[in-house]
Design a protein around this ligand. Structure first.
Ligand SMILES: Nc1ncnc2c1ncn2[C@@H]1O[C@H](COP(=O)(O)OP(=O)(O)OP(=O)(O)O)[C@@H](O)[C@H]1O
Ligand SMILES: [Mg+2]
Length: 231
């Protein structure tokens, strides 16, 4: 559903991503894992169009999106939940969700009820300001905002970072439901391996800007963790 081929990227003269190739399959959760600073977020920003690769191609379904700006990629079906959530703290929960409507192609002007059934807390807290929510609630809001755009592919950058365990489980169950019931393709950057093993299907391990290992999550071995993930 989403393929990245031979992608390279540098910040100025500093090479960060080297010849990355990945294939994220429909209705599966593909986890991108790796230590701090290996380039995971840089890769996601390249995928969603916030950064532009120097080499390589990115394909969404049958469409080559490599040269599209971020807003057109969102229209093409890419949803993005950035690392650190980046919700608007001065806007209410409802207003934050409405921002997500811009990514839709059908011109819908109201927040679909489905978002509230996935995350009931967003309905209860609708009139509160984003900044008043807990970290876990803000993460749910960031995911809800991306889902309002009706994405085919949902990219999440470390959604469990700094979130309490009960909300982590809730988020995992929502991802599973989206994959199973709506055939959404999920790309999940994650350092929390228990979450990868519980909710992930496929994985890619990155180290220093390169793909070192890949497979289905059952194949994620202690040796791989030792070599590329433990600090
Ligand atoms: N705007 C920037 N300008 C220059 N270098 C940057 C910039 N953003 C990130 N980097 C560098 O690029 C490298 C990869 O960063 P990136 O944020 O992609 O890593 P990451 O794998 O997401 O790390 P983390 O797990 O800590 O989120 C790091 O060395 C980082 O310092
Ligand atoms: Mg990151």
């Amino acid at each position: 559903m989403l393929t990245v081929e031979n992608l390279s990227f540098a910040y100025g003269t500093v090479g960060i991503l080297r010849d990355i190739s990945m294939a994220m399959k429909t209705a599966r959760v593909t986890c991108v894992i790796g230590r701090n600073g290996v380039g995971k977020s840089t890769l996601m920003k390249n995928i969603v169009g916030l950064l532009r690769a120097s080499n390589g191609t990115i394909q969404l379904g049958d469409t080559d999106i490599t040269s599209l700006p971020a807003n057109k990629r969102a229209h093409a079906g890419l949803g993005y939940v950035p690392q650190g959530r980046q919700i608007f703290s001065k806007l209410t929960v409802h207003e934050n969700l409405r921002v997500g409507l811009q990514a839709r192609c059908d011109g819908l002007k109201t927040i679909p009820e489905e978002i509230y059934s996935l995350f009931p807390v967003l309905k209860e807290m609708g009139k509160r300001r984003g900044g008043d929510l807990s970290g876990g609630q803000q993460q749910q809001l960031a995911i809800g905002r991306a889902l309002v755009g009706d994405p085919k592919v949902l990219v999440l950058d470390e959604p469990t970072e700094g979130i309490q365990p009960n909300i982590i489980q809730q988020i995992g169950k929502v991802l599973r439901e989206l994959v199973e019931n709506r055939q959404i393709t999920v790309v999940l950057v994650e350092q929390y391996l228990d979450f990868v093993r519980e909710f992930g299907h496929d994985f890619y391990i990155m180290d220093r800007g390169m793909v070192m290992e890949s497979g289905v999550t059952q194949q994620l071995s202690d040796e791989m963790v030792q070599a590329h993930l433990s600090v």
